[in-house]
Ligand binder design. Structure first.
Ligand SMILES: NC(=O)C1=CN([C@@H]2O[C@H](COP(=O)(O)OP(=O)(O)OC[C@H]3O[C@@H](n4cnc5c(N)ncnc54)[C@H](O)[C@@H]3O)[C@@H](O)[C@H]2O)C=CC1
Ligand SMILES: O=C1O[C@H](COP(=O)(O)O)[C@@H](O)[C@H](O)[C@H]1O
Length: 251
């Protein structure tokens, strides 16, 4: 039977990668949500709900009949001020989890970020940790260590997921996405190359988040880059993630 999937933040870059990559997946019935209306230059599978995730009634309505949620909506700027991350990334995410539980949703995949752990990139470790011969690696079970308020908001989204899993049994996977760049890895940016996530690996990873069985997980969302300081072992083991791209071997 088809799974009903609510994708928040569908108009954005990560949403585009997922929608374009999985649009032909016949096992999914999509409900796309964004506060920005759909644009004519893109094809969207399923229905499109124009709503703000800070609007509790609208989120509850969008959640009806949904099996799984991919929650991307939020302010993605690493310079985002508290005035924005508080409503959009923290309050909005809490509203999504709460509505998901009340609607009987099985699982939520939450778009967390490398910036939830950005402060591990200390002056002593960088730039060496961005290079292939360095051994420093984050696994996903380390404490959050944000380097900005945006990162704080993402770490808070992870913690909210922990709560909604422990208290209500909601399956939650928090994907600490690296650097999603379309068509090619970031250019002249060692850090970005080490945490590149290609569009096709992004779509595949969130496909696995919808299909796999898990309780509460934090995984890193990057391609299989030769240079990497985030482990993808947990994503492989728990989700069955099998990335195909590698920033060091991109033509
Ligand atoms: N692009 C990347 O490399 C990374 C993205 N992320 C996370 O992935 C998610 C998506 O990021 P992008 O697609 O890059 O950003 P984006 O800005 O391209 O897309 C975000 C979408 O969310 C919508 N949105 C924002 N606040 C909303 C609200 N209150 N209600 C409804 N819709 C709202 C926006 O209209 C936009 O279409 C974000 O949560 C971001 O923090 C995390 C790490 C890396
Ligand atoms: O969380 C995010 O991370 C990516 C990559 O970070 P950056 O420090 O290499 O720019 C960023 O592009 C994206 O906007 C942000 O949401």
């Amino acid at each position: 039977m088809a799974q009903s999937v609510l994708l928040t933040g569908a108009s954005g870059r990560v949403g585009e990668a997922i929608v374009d990559g999985l649009a032909d997946e016949r096992e999914y019935e999509w409900r796309l949500l964004d506060r920005d209306p759909p644009t004519s230059d893109r094809d969207y599978p399923g229905e499109f709900v124009v709503a703000d995730i800070t609007d509790e009634d609208a989120v509850r309505e969008a959640m009806e009949g949904i099996d799984a949620v991919v929650h991307l909506a939020g302010d993605p700027r690493k310079t985002a001020p508290w005035e924005s991350v508080l409503p959009n990334n923290i309050d909005g995410t809490q509203t999504v989890y709460e509505a998901a539980v009340d609607a009987g949703v099985e699982k939520v995949a939450f778009a967390s970020s490398n910036h939830a752990v950005g402060a591990y990139e200390t002056d002593e470790r960088t730039p060496e940790m961005y290079r292939e011969d360095d051994e420093f690696q984050l696994e996903g079970d380390e404490l959050p260590r944000p380097g900005n308020l945006y990162g704080v908001s993402k770490a808070t989204g992870e913690l909210l997921g922990r709560y909604y899993h422990d208290e209500y049994g909601l399956s939650v996977v928090c994907v600490r996405i690296g650097n999603l760049t379309k068509d090619h890895p970031p250019i002249d940016y060692e850090r970005g190359q080490a945490m590149w996530l290609s569009h096709r690996d992004c779509a595949h990873l969130f496909d696995r988040c919808i299909r796999a069985e898990y309780g509460y997980e934090i995984v890193y969302g990057i391609s299989d880059n030769d240079r990497k300081y985030y482990s993808i072992d947990r994503a492989r083991d728990v989700l069955g993630y099998e990335p195909q791209d590698n920033s060091a071997r991109h033509d």
